[in-house]
Design a protein around this ligand. Structure first.
Ligand SMILES: C[S@@+](CC[C@H](N)C(=O)[O-])C[C@H]1O[C@@H](n2cnc3c(N)ncnc32)[C@H](O)[C@@H]1O
Length: 226
């Protein structure tokens, strides 16, 4: 049986500082490409894994979609609820561990499930298990979207390796303080998404600290095989 996977360092982080307030450009692009032309946006169910303080859920709800978000941090979910309420918009928000996605969402089926940096904060076996559950929770033709840290990204060397390419206690750079992170190879990404069809694996890279630090992320999308 899968153990609790969510790293409680996140709770500490949300109590002491914030995370992204606004949606990621990649999430905006994915939602726009696939769903902006929907006849009735309220019929489109979009779920974000690891929604934090609601930056992406806020955007999806504001755009008229039936938005869902789950995060392990109660503080983050409370902040997300408060933000949506204060801006007069609504979404379904759940505190919970995505390792138990199937139990948490039962009979619900989604048009898309988005992961903007959540799964990469877990051990590889958890990522594999969650993607299997995502396959079951998508409607026929439903979409998966994922942003994951790529091998070669700055920070790994400053942390402690707990299994191949999974690090904790990263002591420097943008990943400092976030707890467990897996740095994916392209082979791992390709293997993880074999349960989906029409898979595109792209990447984006940026430098930081006057080019001393390189950050690379895989940007993956695909479709349910059903
Ligand atoms: C890097 S942040 C990304 C937040 C947000 N998606 C964004 O785009 O800014 C990762 C989030 O995933 C959550 N998370 C990581 N692993 C999780 C798990 N196993 N279950 C639930 N939430 C998880 C963390 O609590 C955190 O809020």
């Amino acid at each position: 049986m899968m153990q609790m996977s969510w790293d409680t360092k996140w709770e500490q982080l949300f109590r002491t500082r914030g995370w992204n307030k606004y949606p990621s450009e990649q999430v905006i692009g994915f939602v726009a490409r696939n769903f902006f032309n929907a006849a009735d946006r309220k019929e489109i169910k979009l779920l974000e894994l690891g929604c934090a303080e609601g930056n992406n859920v806020w955007f999806m709800a504001r755009e008229g979609f039936d938005a869902y978000g789950i995060d392990g941090s109660r503080t983050a979910i409370d902040k997300a609820r408060e933000r949506l309420r204060s801006e007069g918009t609504e979404a379904h928000l759940t505190t919970g561990d995505v390792a138990f996605l199937r139990d948490l969402f039962g009979e619900l089926r989604f048009d898309a499930i988005l992961d903007a940096g959540c799964l990469t904060c877990n051990r590889l076996e958890v990522v594999e298990s969650v993607l299997g559950q995502v396959e079951e929770l998508l409607k026929p033709g439903g979409k998966i979207f994922s942003i994951m840290i790529a091998e070669g990204t700055y920070g790994a060397d400053t942390g402690q390796e707990v299994e191949p390419r999974t690090y904790t206690d990263i002591r420097d750079g943008a990943l400092q303080g976030v707890g467990l992170c897996h740095f994916f190879t392209q082979e791992e990404i390709e293997k993880l998404f074999t349960g989906f069809t029409n898979v595109h694996v792209e990447y984006m890279m940026r430098s930081h600290a006057n080019q001393q630090q390189i950050y690379k992320h895989w940007i993956v999308d695909g479709e349910s095989r059903r």
